[in-house]
Design a binder for this molecule. Structure first.
Ligand code: DX5
Ligand code: ZN
Length: 222
């Protein structure tokens, strides 16, 4: 399976989102960062904007909820047709219940871990999820530097997925460039979010191809 590259439209030109979606049509999914100014100190967009963007997007949406009370909002993104909906482990006391709800609506369910959140308590829940998002920066802003300290979690996850034979995608998000994607691929990631490195490139499609090739070259056993 080739590596998946999901550009984050947090780094796109917000005055021209439809055109920006067209520039990344060779990617795998569109990563949509939802921030509520409570879970993280930043604010982006909400359900009406996401529903309308989904109508004009050539690619399905990978929604990343950096919000409190995901029980209240996550199902709506699934109902709006998101391909996957990922909520933060730190924001809920009932991750399994919410994951089951998302799957029942037809979305893939993802759980995200901030850099300081341990992965061990979530390993036994992996059958309930389609994706684990290991944050490689503190959530809230694009353009930050990749934190190599998060790679230990990815290695633990990738080892568990390999041993159990589960089909769970391992996603990284934050500071992904042609250099850092290699580190994440070697640690076991298969799905890569990239905001500034894609949208700041002169040719986003060429950058997507470069990122995918770099990741493919360094992933083991795919
Ligand atoms: C950060 C977001 C990321 C962000 C990545 O909180 O979750 O998706 O857009 O941006 P870059 O790739 O610029 O670090
Ligand atoms: Zn994100």
């Amino acid at each position: 399976m080739p590596s998946r590259i999901n550009p984050s439209i947090l780094a796109a030109d917000f005055a021209n989102l439809e055109r920006e979606l067209g520039r990344i049509s060779t990617a795998d999914l569109v990563h949509v960062d939802i921030m509520d100014n409570h879970f993280v100190p930043n604010l982006t967009f909400g359900p009406p904007v996401v529903s309308r963007l989904a109508e004009v997007s050539p690619l399905p949406f990978d929604v990343h909820l950096m919000i409190e009370n995901p029980e209240r909002w996550a199902p709506g993104y699934a109902e709006a047709g998101a391909f996957s909906v990922t909520f933060h482990a730190e924001a809920t006391t009932n991750p399994v219940g919410l994951a089951r709800k998302l799957r029942s609506i037809g979305a893939r369910a993802g759980i995200a871990l901030k850099p300081g959140t341990a992965v061990e308590p979530y390993l036994e829940l992996l059958p309930e999820f389609d994706q684990v998002l290991v944050m490689t920066v503190e959530p809230g802003f694009g353009g930050q530097s990749f934190m190599p300290s998060t790679m230990r979690k990815l290695r633990t996850l990738s080892e568990t997925v390999r041993k159990t034979g589960l089909d769970v995608w391992l996603q990284v998000d934050g500071g992904i460039t042609e250099e850092t994607i290699v580190i994440a691929a070697e640690a076991g990631a298969d799905t890569f979010v990239a905001g500034s490195s894609v949208f700041n490139a002169a040719d986003p499609a060429a950058q997507i191809a470069r990122l995918r090739a770099a990741a493919d070259e360094h992933r083991h056993g795919h």
